[in-house]
Design a binder for this molecule. Structure first.
Ligand code: GAP
Length: 468
């Protein structure tokens, strides 16, 4: 295959109805994306798979759907009001605005240096240090070459809005920047109503919003995205064992949904990179067309979040262990990942170009069948067969409740190619013989092999093909 680049993915995504540029008819809104019919299916299949592995197959775990708008005190307690910010500085000469930490990282990458050994630990590195570091090392403006900067200002990444009907008089609230805090503040509610005993996990899938300074790379980093997060509550002292367990569990889920292990790696955070409340963190990274980058994080967050909420709310969020008659604040392991970022990884990983004969290239998305937007396509060989094959299509819809395509327009070769490009694992062709022998041809997307199957056996044939 010729080199995979993001343009190929973006183009296929738009051409086939996975992802469109947001607000396109009005000239767009930068870095926003709308998910078309196939994109919605892909996102739903990812969420279904995560829900199945992390919740349904794990009796100790349960699900929550908390509000996006939360009392602002939540974000004071979590540290987001004070610390969830990026350091921005302006070049005084050409007025371009940069993220100071990113500027150093880019410089390092370009010059194969490691100039700022203490890696930017997100929120907690003082902006002044970054400023002095940039000016004294002469890390110049990449636009105009000057070394004349304003001091970095902390720019909070939370979207602000107002609650209330009178403009200017409403209470300031934030759109949640992560789903995790909705879980922490409901810990007691859930534990008492579900009567769960520790260890157990609370999972949540939902939208999060961050006013990112450097969004980009298609759907890799956007300002509106969905997260799938679990907070797993365990006894203090057992957390590092659970950390290893959930780290491997998460990694295996990626393999399970068909991601090539050669494009995945785990990167443990160094001590000086760990957030101050974490005693272990690992990122699962993927080899994107633009280089290795984060796909997901697994963090051991100690009892930091619950304790913060205990302190600010004054409520008792501790746990009473009946069997040992002891009370403690649970420790937490958190696997956290973005739905759209997972979709990007799946699209990149599944994308293949196969040379077939001279001047012919087949684009095929080798998606795990369970993730494919269409599980099956029913294709009558000729228009005359449409009525009969439509009956088969309806019967399959009723039997499986899957997303199935029916397509009777254009040559059969073109229809196969269209379905290869959107990752449909099986095409069922209904031909003139089908009327007599009550059989159809089933074509496999990856091998392109064709098999003749009796219609009465079709349900059984298909049934087992879509399991993880
Ligand atoms: N509760 C922990 C937390 O939110 P994070 O590393 O900030 O941790 C977790 O985010 C995951 O959410 C990331 O690994 C990524 O998959 C996804 N994510 C974060 N910011 C994103 C963005 N701006 N666009 C798309 N996905 C994002």
């Amino acid at each position: 295959m010729s080199e995979l680049n993001m343009d190929k993915i973006v183009s296929l995504a738009k051409r086939r109805g996975f992802v469109y540029p947001g607000s396109e008819i009005y000239g767009g809104l930068a870095n926003t994306w709308d998910y078309g019919p196939l994109g919605v299916e892909l996102l739903n299949n990812i969420k279904d798979s995560w829900r199945r592995k992390f919740i349904k197959e794990r009796p100790e775990n349960i699900e929550l759907d908390s509000a996006i708008l939360l009392n602002s005190k939540v974000w004071e307690a979590s540290g987001h009001v004070g610390n969830f910010s990026d350091p921005l500085m302006d070049c005084k000469k050409c007025k371009s605005r940069i993220r100071a930490d990113k500027h150093i990282e880019d410089w390092n990458e370009k010059n194969s240096t490691k100039l700022f050994p203490q890696k930017w630990a997100g929120e907690f590195t003082p902006s002044k240090d970054l400023f002095e570091f940039i000016t004294s090392n002469k890390i110049l403006c990449s636009k105009c070459g000057a070394n004349d900067w304003t001091e970095p200002k902390a720019f909070n990444l939370m979207f602000k809005t107002e609650q209330g009907v009178i403009e200017g008089e409403g209470a300031l609230i934030y759109l949640r920047p992560e789903t995790a805090q909705g879980i922490f503040i409901n810990f007691k509610n859930i534990q008492t109503t579900s009567r769960k005993k520790i260890p157990f996990g609370i999972c949540q899938i939902g939208k999060s919003f961050r006013n990112e300074i450097t969004p980009g790379n298609f759907i890799f980093r956007t300002r509106e995205f969905e997260q799938m997060e679990m907070e797993f509550f365990c006894k203090p002292g057992t957390e590092l064992e659970w950390f290893v367990f959930w780290k491997n569990f998460t990694y295996n889920w990626f393999l399970n949904i068909g991601i090539n292990s050669e494009n995945l790696r785990m990167r443990d955070h160094e001590k000086d990179e760990l957030a101050f409340y974490s005693n272990a963190t690992t990122d699962v990274e993927y080899r994107y067309p633009f280089g290795w980058g984060e796909l997901c994080g697994i963090a051991s967050r100690t009892d930091y979040d619950l304790k913060q909420h205990i302190n600010l709310s004054g409520k008792d969020l501790s746990y009473f262990d009946e069997s040992q008659k002891e009370k403690f604040v649970p420790f937490v392991i958190e696997p956290s990942l973005g739905v759209q970022r997972t979709a990007l990884v799946i699209l990149c990983d599944a994308y293949n170009e196969e040379i077939i004969g001279e001047n012919d290239t087949r684009i095929v998305l080798k998606l795990h069948p369970a993730l494919a937007p269409f599980k099956v396509a029913v294709l009558p060989l000729a228009k005359k067969l449409s009525e009969e094959s439509y009956k088969l299509y309806m019967a399959l819809l009723k039997e499986f409740g899957w997303n199935i395509d029916f397509d009777d327009v254009g040559s059969i070769g073109k229809r196969y190619r269209r379905h290869d490009e959107i990752g449909t694992p099986y095409c069922i062709t209904f031909d003139f013989d089908s009327l007599e022998d009550k059989s159809v041809t089933v074509r496999d997307r990856d091998s392109m092999n064709q098999e003749r199957i009796k219609i009465e056996n079709l349900n059984n044939y298909l049934k087992d093909k879509f399991r993880f």
